[in-house]
Each structure stands twice: as C-alpha cells, then as structure tokens.
Design a protein around this ligand. Structure first.
Ligand code: SF4
Length: 354
C-alpha cells in the first residue's frame, strides 16, 4: 500500500471512500495555500480538511474525544484542531503520525460525519417503490449505450415522445461528442429532425457538448466535481432545464440527483404526498426521505414513468394500478364507481317493480 505523504496522496485516499469529493470553499486559486475539504456527497459534510502550515501538510480530522485525548498523548503530530472545534477535531501533521494510524483516523472521521441511515424514515415512499418494482421489475434505465448518449437523449426528449428520440439517435450512426462538435449546426439539425424542434435542439446539443468538452469528455472528471457545481453549470446552459439537468446528473454521471417530471408531479398530487408543489420542493422531498442511493433514485424515477404511462395518465386508469390501495384519488374513483353501480342496479330494480 502506498504511503500517504503528500496533500495529493491524502486527497486520493479520501476519494477512495464511497461518495467522497474534494472541494475548495475558501479559495479561488487552488495552490499550496488553499484548503482542500473532502466531503460526503450525500450531506456535504467535510470529513478531512487539508492545508499547509509552517511548511508541513496537515489534515484536520474528526475523532471521538476520548480516543483523541489518548492519541494526542501518544503522537506529537496530533494536536487539538487548528481553526476548528478543538474537542472533536484534531490536526494531524503528515509525517508526524504513522501511516496506518493516519488511514484509520481518516476512516474514523469519514464514519463520524457520514449521513445517518434514514431507517424507515419514509416507509410510505418505500412502499410505493416496492409495489411498483414488484409489478414492473427493475427497468435498468437509462436506455442508452454510453453516458454521452444519455446526455443527447435527455436533451432530445424535451417535449417529444421517446420513440422520436430513438429515431434521431439512430440517425447519428456514430454518436460521440467529438463527432457532434465536428458537425455544423445545419448538419446536426438535419440529424435530430425526428425529435422535433430540431433547430433549437441542435443548438442545445452543441452547447451541452461544449460544456462536456471542458472536462475532456470524461465522466470521471465530472464526477470528481461537487454535485452542486455540476448542477449549477448544467442549469446555466441554454436548453437545459431542471429535469434535463437532473437526468444528466443521475443517469450519465451517477450523482444522487432525483429526477422530477410531469408523471412525478401528477403522482404526488394524486396520492397525495406532502411534497410541495414545485420542482425543487418535490425533488428535495424524495432526496431527503429516501436513502441517498443512486441505484434507488434511478429505479424509482423509471418506475414512476412506467406507471404513469400505463395507469396514472392524464385520465387515470386506476383499475389494476399497483398503487390503488395507497392512493386517495384511486380510492375515491373506486368508491364513486361502486356507488354509481349500486344506484344503477337500484333504479333498475325500482323500474322492474313498477
Ligand atoms: S390509483 Fe389511479 S390516480 Fe392513483 S396512482 Fe394509480 S392510476 Fe394514478
């Protein structure tokens, strides 16, 4: 195992923990004087704050106070934290603490700051998910061969049925960002014509592809960035709205970003769920009440779309819907149907009796 001896080594070691990312919240220029904060993607809490002081690389780590008290006596390189709470945080000078102890303490700090499991915090949401899953199975979304194809699909599907998107994607022949950037606007518009709004969508595709080019078309490079920054950058692009940005975040780059669409809004309204009425409120309701799990977010959104297509349409087909038992609107419709059936049979009997 490599010895952790430099700032970069610590960063790379921290990045090996699930959902970790590096952030530079205090510095515009990332140089030796900058503070690197290693955070959990799920709750954005920092678990390792790396900086340089008096010519040494240091890292602030969270630690149980009793354990910290013992370690401070054993190692000169561990002291109450510089610039942070001194009871719970410690500064470790790299080189002043054995490598295996340093790794253990990084893992300990990671565990102390990671999000607490939301055990059954929203059993209802999981009940909905489980019923949909039992009915439709795991859809294994998104239907695409590569992350870039997800990006293209997410842009082209705006205001268009998926069948038209697949025709447009098939028109590309070879679908790569390099190929798209080499095309003129007119050529691109011709290719994406089946998806509708082709002139606009060709422009949107060029814009999002140029954005991706900044990161060398590398999923890995994008995934290293903070979640919020990627979302903000995507939302700043012309033609990328919230649903498109979150679809790209989740399905192309694997960020835990819940996607909300018209089917989700409709389901929330009809069940109902106390999720609020606008996109951001509904998104954060799902994100806060489900475990932060990319696979779960991925599957959940796909299942809502499938049920929305088959049952929860504009005019709902509640008969046979897997959510009927949980759904206020569905139960109300069922009751009205039974009452009207009873009334019909009653009026039939009355006529017969006359
Ligand atoms: S029961 Fe009806 S209203 Fe409720 S989710 Fe199913 S289709 Fe939609």
């Amino acid at each position: 195992m490599m010895i952790v001896s430099s700032r970069r080594d610590i960063i790379e070691y921290c990045l090996s923990f699930p959902g970790a990312y590096e952030d530079y919240p205090f510095d515009d220029i990332i140089d030796a004087g900058a503070w690197t904060v290693m955070r959990h993607r799920a709750n954005k809490k920092g678990f390792a704050h790396i900086f340089e002081r008096n010519g040494s690389v240091c890292v602030n780590l969270k630690c149980e106070p009793l354990r910290a008290d013992f370690l401070r006596r054993v190692y000169e390189g561990i002291t109450p934290a510089y610039h942070m709470n001194k009871e719970h945080w410690n500064t470790l000078v790299i080189g002043g603490v054995p490598d295996d102890e340093l790794r253990r303490l990084i893992a300990h700090s990671y565990d102390l700051t990671k999000p607490k499991p939301k055990r059954a915090r929203n059993a209802r949401l999981m009940d909905i998910h489980d019923r949909l899953l039992a009915r439709y199975g795991d859809p294994h979304w998104w239907p695409a061969e590569t992350p870039y194809e997800v990006i293209v699909g997410a842009v082209l599907t705006q205001n268009t049925a998926w069948g038209s998107v697949t025709k447009a994607i098939a028109n590309f022949g070879e679908l790569s960002p390099e190929h798209v950037l080499a095309m003129t606007h007119g050529e691109l518009a011709d290719v994406v014509r089946p998806a509708g709004f082709f002139n606009q969508k060709a422009g949107y595709l060029q814009t999002v592809t140029r954005w991706y080019a900044q990161y060398g078309f590398s999923v890995h490079a994008v995934r290293k960035l903070p979640h919020d920054r990627v979302r903000e950058e995507l939302l700043s692009l012309k033609g990328v709205g919230r649903e498109t940005a979150d679809s790209i975040m989740l399905y192309a780059f694997g960020f835990p970003s819940f996607v909300v669409d018209a089917y989700t809004m409709r389901l929330v309204r009809r069940l109902p769920l106390p999720a609020g009425k606008n996109y951001e409120a509904v998104k954060s309701f799902f994100e806060q009440n489900l475990d932060c799990d990319v696979e779960l977010f991925n599957r959940y959104h796909a299942l809502i779309v499938i049920n929305g297509n088959r049952h929860c349409r504009k005019e709902p087909k509640c008969d046979g819907c897997p959510l009927l038992e949980l759904c206020g609107t569905g139960r109300q419709k069922e009751q009205s149907r039974l009452i009207s059936k009873r009334d019909q049979s009653f009026s039939g009997k009355a006529q017969y009796g006359r």
